[in-house]
Design a protein around this ligand. Structure first.
Ligand SMILES: [Zn+2]
Length: 446
């Protein structure tokens, strides 16, 4: 007898295109049957006609947030929020920002009994700090060799790729990028990249740097939060044309908001606000004692000097139209860019994208805005990120795959998380339950 069978469900598998009412059964953490009729199992769940899809994979999170690129500050809130929105696998260590040791990270995940699967990227900013480089320093040959050695070690410890934070460490130059990308290509990993600039005048230069690296080294690239860096009149369409006509293997992800987020101390703000669509008054403080307040000139200057990282949200940073234009690209997927903290005094602080992104994507962009059909939407949350990260047993509903799946109501699924302390962590509606490795890790409202 099997462990669990979910029946009377609309089974949707983006790999095979299977879309019919049936049953999924699991045993020993694996999918053992996908059939029309229910099969006998210890736990039988009537899904009431709701959709069963592969567990969502969030290809872009900041779960292993760090202060000094050494010490982990775990457990974070992301994995708890993730399963409530149907996510069973997260990729962390994005935008160049990771802890130094995948081995320690995976051990912390195991000890804290995380409800979802976690994979980590090696961040280039973390490599640079270990090689003694500051944000604006250009690496010499010896330092590049050091970084290459550390990257190889991090791959040996299970890092699934490399991430670049080019905007955060402007001192990262071509020779360093090329050396690291060659290691990525040789190990058949992925290079995720937070690109160098994020305003329209620099869009061409920004994208060409990535295309050039991908073509020269053969590394596969995942451009992070695409529309946060490439937006404005016709820039997304131009980029798509350039990517398609190049020999580069490039995919991308995007969060379902036009509000980006970073730390107030970041190099992003070193040159003021002239290049941006927003002003200092559009900055909402997300963490620390001023969380929930909007910035002004005085507060901005004060908080920039704080030793502790303070997250801010930059409202109206890009046109919503370009978020939609990116989602229409066949190689674009969802990545929340979530970064969420549970504070010691019992509050949840962060950008609401950490708690509701897949639900917002399916509810708003797929159902309400009709950017794509439901199966295509599901593939951007499952099959595409699984393929990109080389997770062969995930992102699919097929016999032999990991028993990671989500049951949801496609008519009601929507995010409830909003900007503000605590409300940023609210679980979405329309997620009935989330199963990870054959175990029910979350049960929501029907
Ligand atoms: Zn980023």
């Amino acid at each position: 007898m099997y462990d669990l069978c979910v029946y009377n469900s609309r089974i949707m598998d983006p790999e095979s295109g299977y879309d019919a009412v049936g049953a999924v059964a699991v045993s020993g953490g694996k999918i053992v049957s996908v059939t029309r009729e229910p099969v006998e199992a210890a736990v039988m769940i009537d899904a009431g006609g709701m959709v069963t899809a592969p567990g969502f994979i969030d290809i872009h999170t900041h779960e292993d947030d760090i202060s000094d690129y050494q010490e982990l500050m775990l457990p974070r809130q992301i994995s708890q929020c993730a399963v409530k929105t149907g996510v069973t696998t997260i990729i962390t260590g994005n935008c160049g920002s990771s802890s130094a040791s995948p081995a320690k990270y995976y051990e912390a995940v195991r000890q804290n009994e995380y409800p979802c699967n976690c994979y980590m990227l090696a961040g280039n900013v973390a490599l640079r700090r270990q090689a003694g480089l500051g944000s604006y320093d250009r690496a010499n040959e010896a330092q590049i060799n050091d970084m290459c050695a550390i990257l190889r070690k991090m791959f040996d410890e299970g890092a699934v790729g490399l991430s670049f934070g080019l905007q955060y460490d402007p001192g990262t130059r071509w020779e360093e990028e090329e050396a690291l990308c060659r290691i990525v290509a040789a190990n058949d990993k992925v290079a995720a990249v937070h690109m160098r600039y994020d305003y329209p005048e620099k869009a061409e230069e920004t994208l060409e740097e990535v295309i050039g690296l991908a073509e020269k080294t053969g590394a596969k690239f995942e451009i992070s939060h695409f529309a946060a860096n490439i937006y404005g009149s016709g820039k997304v369409a131009w980029s798509d044309k350039r990517i398609r006509e190049s020999d580069a293997d490039i995919a991308c992800d995007m969060y379902p908001f036009n509000v980006w987020s970073t730390t107030i101390q970041s190099a992003v703000f070193d040159n003021g606000f002239d290049n941006f669509n927003f002003t200092v008054e559009d900055l909402e403080i997300l963490t620390g004692e001023y969380a929930g307040q909007y910035c002004n000139e005085e507060l901005f200057k004060k908080l920039r000097k704080e030793p502790e990282n303070i997250m801010v949200a930059c409202h109206n940073a890009m046109p919503m139209e370009d978020v939609e234009n990116v989602y229409r690209l066949p190689y674009a997927m969802l990545g929340s860019d979530g970064n969420m903290q549970a504070t010691e005094d019992g509050h949840i602080k962060g950008h609401p994208r950490g708690a509701g992104s897949p639900a917002r994507f399916l509810g708003h962009f797929v159902r309400e805005r009709k950017l794509m059909d439901l199966m295509t939407g599901i593939s951007k949350l499952t099959l595409l990120p699984a393929r990109r990260m080389g997770l062969a047993s995930k992102g699919r509903l097929a016999v032999g795959c990991d028993a990671d799946f989500v049951v949801f109501n496609p008519e009601t699924i929507a995010d409830r998380a909003k900007f503000g302390v605590d409300v940023c962590g609210l679980a979405p509606e329309g997620i009935l339950f989330t199963v990870n490795g054959g175990k029910i890790v979350y049960q929501g409202d029907r």
